[in-house]
Design a protein around this ligand. Structure first.
Ligand code: EPU
Length: 429
């Protein structure tokens, strides 16, 4: 099997316009929600990324078909013969597969979903998903690595999440929407992708109030129907492009953005010295010179997203001073720091904190993408280096970014993909 690397060479300031893609983390859940009702769905603004291909493979394994239409929309057809099972090979490839648990239980009364294992972020359990669904009346057992769930009729109740987990909130929305009576989720996650899922479910006939706030009320309905929907813009792609601009300098216009989803990010980047101004349906941004150091801490929305942090650290690695960054969401999400260090970044890890001493220039080096955002961060870092950077395992980046290389080239980044045989790919550097 071929593997690909990205080669990035510093090429000066960025210039131009990019239309931002649809949000991966919304699109994947909307696709899972298609389990809920028979019919033909049309999803617009779904990014062409490999995680969407993974979700299509999972739907296919459940006998739900998907195809890209000529107009770029994703059409999903859900018939009556759904196989309520998410096999290990697919769950292991993409943890978001566990999003089918809630809809399968609600629509089919049963689910067999492989238990997700650990990953590069740490153990990442799904206990809150299971406890929430149990409160609604589901019963679970774990056999041979598979979670087997049953629910004759889910019943609405109050669920208090001990932490505003995105995935648990989504599973509860997709289960509660067909439950008998009212489900109230307290301490719900408030990410824009949750509000997008609730909007989709409401369009299907659901009765959900309060999505985007800490209390969501779901009045269960007897039936839902297939609908059309347009996915919200990807705020993480916006963060990637703006941090790239911060390192390379220049001027960018981003189209199809929801600036209201990006308040804190815009504030932090502004403090670093970027000039950003929301415009009708988009953002204009400009950067020059070294960024100023700032302190940042990730938190559930509306806090600063954990997914922004690797890219922000890459930008702060060039700051004119010392910054402190704290990761509060995924404690084990620092593997990219070692890769940045290979490029000469001065970053110390202290528990879940990072101390970043900015340097004027990083040094281009062979590095490895350990996950999607880590890969994006290395590209951001490479833009200001003193020579070429080669990023191995670029397939991680393809999980979350559509036509990444082409889009960046369009705004002046010198980036190319080099495919090579897997022979000794594990030790490419
Ligand atoms: N957690 C538990 N138990 C649970 C669920 C979560 O302990 O039952 C913990 C997790 O281990 C983690 C924290 O709670 O420490 C947050 O997890 P959450 O459930 O909120 O995240 P997620 O649903 O697993 C989604 C995104 C992530 C994003 C996080 C936080 C998708 C497919 N993934 O993950 O996105 O970082 O929310 O916003 O929506 C990415 O796009 O690269 C990515 C990793």
């Amino acid at each position: 099997m071929g593997v690909s690397r990205l080669v990035v060479r510093p090429a000066g300031p960025l210039r131009g316009e990019i239309t931002v893609q649809g949000a991966k983390n919304s699109a994947l859940k909307l696709m899972a929600a298609c389990v809920l009702a028979e019919g033909r769905y049309v999803l617009r603004n779904v990014p062409r990324i490999s995680d969407v291909d993974h979700m299509l493979a999972l739907l296919d394994a459940m006998r739900i078909s998907g195809r890209w239409r000529e107009d770029g929309a994703l059409e999903i057809v859900r018939g009556s013969d759904v196989v309520p099972e998410a096999p290990y090979e697919l769950v292991e490839r993409m943890r978001a597969s566990s999003a089918v648990l809630g809809p399968l239980l609600a629509a089919m009364g049963q689910a067999r979903v492989a238990m997700p294992g650990g990953d590069d972020f740490g153990s990442r359990p799904i206990d809150m998903h299971l406890h929430g669904l149990e409160a609604l009346g589901a019963e679970f057992s774990l056999t041979h690595g598979m979670i087997e769930g049953r629910a004759t009729q889910l019943r609405g109740t109050e669920v208090v999440l001990e932490y505003p987990s995105v995935g648990a909130t989504e599973n509860l929305l997709m289960a509660g929407v067909l439950a008998d009576g009212r489900t109230t989720v307290q301490n719900a996650a408030r990410e824009p992708e949750i509000a997008d899922l609730a909007a989709f479910l409401n369009r299907m006939g659901g009765r959900i109030l309060g999505a985007g706030s800490p209390t969501i009320t779901i009045d269960g309905v007897a039936e839902l129907r297939a609908v059309e929907h347009t996915v919200v813009p990807d705020r993480i792609e916006v963060a990637t492009l703006l941090t790239a601009l911060g390192v390379a300098g220049g001027e960018l216009t981003l189209r199809a953005v929801r600036p209201d989803h990006l308040d804190l990010l815009i504030d932090k980047l502004g403090r670093m010295g970027l000039r950003i101004s929301p415009e009708e349906g988009g953002l204009w941004a400009m950067a020059s010179g070294r960024p100023r150091p700032v302190d940042i801490a990730t938190l559930p929305y509306p806090g600063l997203a954990t997914d922004y942090l690797p890219m922000l650290v890459a930008l702060l690695a060039y700051a004119d001073g010392t910054s402190y960054a704290t990761e509060n969401v995924f404690s084990g999400r620092f593997r990219y720091v070692g890769e940045l260090a290979r490029m000469g970044a001065q970053v110390r890890v202290d528990g879940h904190h990072l101390v970043i001493d900015g340097v004027r220039r990083l040094s281009g080096a062979p590095v490895r993408a350990v996950d999607i955002r880590a890969g994006a961060a290395l590209v951001v870092a490479a833009l200001g280096a003193d020579g070429p950077t080669t990023i191995a395992d670029a397939h991680h980046i393809d999980r979350g970014y559509e036509h990444f290389v082409e889009r960046l080239r369009g705004v002046g980044v010198d980036i190319e993909r080099v495919d090579s045989e897997r022979v000794d790919s594990e030790r490419i550097d």
